[in-house]
Design a protein around this ligand. Structure first.
Ligand code: NAD
Length: 296
């Protein structure tokens, strides 16, 4: 391997440390404890793991964690009433409704009922619009984490050619907006892109967010490019259940200048950025200076 490893685990720990420092200043100087409310509807096992992990890390950085677990049959009006209550609660600075929701609930309606100022996932239509127009927004956590790692590694991204593979609302599109905001020349590739290898070969920065195990081989990567692998895919290999990304790590690491591993790359940054967004939301709600380096 010739590429430098971009260690998301260590970087996420440094983000959490910054958040914890800011939280303790908010407590001491302003008497405010940031609060994050997480709403989980139903018993999806993966969602339960995420919610537990979010709650634990929220408490570890000194913030209040408020959890609401509703059963899978919860009617929409009951969920919307809870969100309204949280919107109006001054002790709650961030609200996250864990996705996916059970089929009978309208995900767009639910997300858009969260106050945009408390929308720490950055999925509310107002935040999407603010990000798209280069205004101060709450930014989706996974692409924010990728941006932080890229800025940390490169300093300025200005003028670089970036290719984002995947156009989801959660990762691909906001990632493209953030890279554009940092003055990259951005191409968004997707399932209908013609000659994807050729498109990827032009990139100084490749962000893969597809959900297909190891689909990007090393010979698509320009020498010295930076590869950020968002994919999390579970596969069977040599009789074992293993996690792999959307890029073939071994061959890409031979060509890239820097690369994120899976696991231990982008993954740990997502919750760290959720905590960062909560402290940012708390500062904005109270008219206080925002923490440096924790926003886009
Ligand atoms: P998604 O399914 O919503 O979107 C996938 C995108 O990939 C689509 O836009 C589609 O056009 C594109 N695509 C599909 N096949 C393609 C192909 N052959 N060539 C090019 N593009 C193709 O997925 P998502 O929610 O954006 O997630 C993508 C991956 O990132 C998944 O593996 C997911 O588990 C992972 N993820 C990780 C984190 C994290 O915390 N690290 C967070 C969110 C998602």
């Amino acid at each position: 391997m010739t590429a430098q490893l971009m260690d998301g685990k260590a970087f996420a720990a440094s983000v959490r440390e910054k958040v914890a420092g800011h939280v303790s200043r908010l407590k001491e100087e302003n008497g405010i404890t940031p609060g994050l409310a997480v709403v989980l509807v139903g018993e999806d096992p993966a969602s339960q793991v995420y919610v537990r992990s979010k709650g634990k890390q929220t408490v570890e950085v000194g913030m209040n964690s408020i959890e609401h677990r509703l059963d899978a049959e919860t009617p929409e009006d009951k969920l919307l009433a809870l969100i309204e209550e949280l919107n109006n609660d001054p002790a709650v600075h961030g609200i996250l409704v864990q996705l996916p929701l059970p089929k009978h609930l309208d995900e767009d309606l639910v997300i858009n009922s969260i106050s945009p100022q408390k929308d720490v996932d950055g999925f509310h239509i107002s935040n999407v619009g603010l990000l798209g127009t280069g205004q101060k927004a709450m930014v989706p956590c996974t692409p924010l984490g990728c941006l932080m790692m890229l800025r940390d590694y490169h300093g300025s991204l200005s003028g670089m050619d970036a290719v984002v593979i995947g156009r989801s609302n959660i990762v691909g599109k906001p990632m493209a907006m953030l890279l554009l905001g940092d003055s990259c020349t951005v191409t968004v590739a997707h399932s209908r892109t013609k000659d994807l290898p050729d498109v990827v070969r032009r990139a100084d920065i490749v962000v893969a967010a597809v959900g297909r195990p190891e689909m990007v081989p090393g010979d698509w990567i320009k020498d010295g490019a930076t590869v950020v692998d968002v994919g999390i895919n579970r596969i069977e290999r040599d009789g074992k259940n293993v996690l792999v990304g959307d890029v073939d790590f071994a061959s890409c690491a031979e060509r890239a200048g820097a690369i994120t591993p899976v696991p231990g790359g982008v993954g740990p940054m997502t919750i760290a950025c959720l905590l960062a967004n909560t402290v940012t939301a708390c500062c904005r709600a109270n008219g206080l200076a925002e923490p440096e380096g924790l926003t886009a």
